[in-house]
Design a protein around this ligand. Sequence first.
Ligand SMILES: [Zn+2]
Length: 442
Amino acid sequence: MLILGNGRLLTLGSKCRVIEDGALLIEGEKISTIGETANLQAVAPDADFIDCRGRLIMPGFTCAHTHTYSAFARGMALKDDAPVNFPQILERLWWRLDQALSNEDIFYSALVTFIDSVKNGTTALLDHHAGPNAIEGSLELIASAARMAGIRANLCYEVSDRDGEAKMLGGLEENAAFIKKCSDEKSSMLTASFGMHASFTIGTKTMEKCARTVNDLGAGVHIHAAESREDVDDSLDKYGMGVIERLDKYGLLGDKSMTAHCVHVSDREIELLAASQTNVAHNPQSNMNNAVGCAPVNKMLAAGVVVGMGTDGMSADMLEGLKTAHILHKFCNNDPRAGWKEVPRMQFENNARIMSNYFISGLNELAPGAPADVIVIDYDPPTPLTAENYYGHLVFGVTGRAVETTIVAGKILMQNRVLTEINEQEVKAKARELAVKLWERF
Ligand SMILES: [Zn+2]
């Protein structure tokens, strides 16, 4: 048993409250009690005790879309002229990078991303992997990194036609094998989806093959959907329908599926997403960085679409995306009221729902019976922090680097900024060595 006490406890969840001098008792993988520190110590006098010294105790952050394979792109120079549109960004950066990845790169890219996640208080994430010259066994490599780091991860390999039929089939088999393995293991730490790159790199034959496999396995898909205008135009030109309509035609929408981005979706497609309760990940920093547009999140949320927050690999700090979303939608809608309600709804309420489709219910909330995915943040608010105004504190006062303790499923992964399971310096040194070689091959 473990008590985190002497903190300012922010529960989030439907009955959000702030408990001054708050504490929580962890038994095994779950939270058993929350309350005031003295009361919990009286209930469990023999429990180990972490003194949070007035710091903020809250649920871990969750990320609905990221790419661990992109980690070694940090600081890398391109070999071609700077891309002028999204397809060129893929061709000149990401598709050159993913082709150069070796098994060792995949493992260390994942491990440094997971370390970054733990250090920024992100405790669960959905990853979307690519690496066409090292497909077989790649998801197990990422899984072993996730196990080492101790965080919850949903994994998939992106199928596409861009590298020919053999690699398309290799991707399909990698997904199928990993989905079967995860469904046998039934873990709430490690789960699988069926990855697909995007509509514009998947022709009719491959789409049919994917749909058959997904239905046979009872899985959901994880795909980039209507991220850029080019994806939509391709679908309209070739198939006479939008990207979401195309996925619907093949039975690929639903609450097990993740359609990342949805920047360019029609009203009819928003209805389809809402009716099927398909998960959507909003990635504001990535959309701005790729200059692909501003997703209509207000419209989607108003229609009942489950839009949550991802990073698309831009950062492991969910607070960066939260802050960006907070100002992006004011800017795009020319409306200073935008963001205040929508962003916390996406980051906390909807991400909790999304995570319940992939891992376990009760994430993003501190409550008796909820999974013990908890972070402690070095934040001493200069103004009152309440259940009504916590969002303003997170936007204007907190960054991921202030997270000092991260616990997932009751296990302490980082305490006082030091990782408990991994030698961070050794991993980073090895990653730098591998990155130099990868940049040469890129
Ligand atoms: Zn992505």
